[in-house]
Design a protein around this ligand. Sequence first.
Ligand code: HXC
Length: 268
Amino acid sequence: MESPFKAEVLKGKVALLTGGASGIGYEISVQLGKHGASIAVMGRRKNVIDSAVESLHSLGIPAIGLVGDVRKRDDAVRVLESTVKHFGRLDILVNAAAGNFLVPSEDLSPNGFRTVLDIDAVGTFTMCHEALKYLKKGAPGKDSSVGGTIMNISATLHYTATWYQIHVSAAKAAVDSITRSLALEWGTDYDIRVNGIAPGPIEDTAGFSKLLPQEILSKFKVNAPTTKVGQKWDIAMAAVYLASTAGKYINGTTLVVDGADWLTKPSH
Ligand code: HXC
C-alpha cells in the first residue's frame, strides 16, 4: 500500500533497529528508509541480516547490518558505535527485538521466564541506555535544541491476561513502564521522545503464526481476533508518524495499533 506521508519526512535521519531484519521490525526498516532515513539493522542471525540489507539496498535505501545480541551490553555499545561511525549520527532507535514462545506457566522454567525478560525488557533498557549519548540534543550531527526519538515495540497481552504468555506479558509491561520513565527523564533533560507501539494480531508474522496456532484458538477461544487482522504496514506507518515532526508533542505514550482487538478479548 502506498504511504500517505511525504517521501522526505525523515530525510537525513539515521535509524537503528534491533530485530530490524525480520517481521514487523523489517517492515519498519523499509518504511523509515522509504521516507528518507538511513537504516542500521541489528540482530543475532548474520544470514537474516545480510538478506535484509540486500533487500533494503534494492529499494535504494542506505543500510548496514550489524550482528549483535541485545542481551550483551558490549554488543549494544559496539553496534551503536558502528552505526554512528558509518552514518555520522543517530536519530531514531527502534527496539523491536523480542523473544517468544507459547508455554503454560507451570511448564516454564525460571530461566525461560528470565530469558524473555532479558531480551525484551533488559535488552530495551540496555539499548536505550547506551544510545543516550548519541540521541541527546547537541550529540554528533545534531543541533543543540533537537534530540532523537526512541520507539519500543510492545504488545497488548498484558492489558488483560493472555494464555501461556506470562513471560512476554511481564516483559512488555516492563517495556511500557521503561517507555514512560525515559520519556519523563530524557524528554525533560535531553529533548528525546520515547514512545511505544503495541501491535495487535498482524498477519504474516512469527507472533501470529507461532502464538495463535489454530489448536489454541479453537480449544480456548483465546486471543481470537474478532476484529480485523492488521498488516506490518500498519505498524510501520505508526512508526513513521511517531518518528516524524507530526509526533513532536507525543512522548511517553504507547500507541495501540490493533483495530480494537484487545477491547474484544473474551473474559473467561
Ligand atoms: C518452554 C522454553 C522454550 C519453549 C526456550 N525455553 N524455548 N521453555 N518452551 N518453547 C527456555 C529454555 O528451556 C531455557 O530454560 C530458556 O528458555 C533459554 O532457552 P535457550 O534456547 O537457551 O535460549 P536462546 O537460545 O537464547 O533463545 C531464546 C528464545 C528465542 C526466547 C527461545 O530464541 C526466541 O524465542 N526466538 C524467537 C523469537 C520470536 O519468535 N520473536 C517474535 C516475537 S513475537 P532452561 O530452564 O531449560 O535453561 C512477539 C509478539 C508478542 O513478541 C505478541 C503476540 C500476540
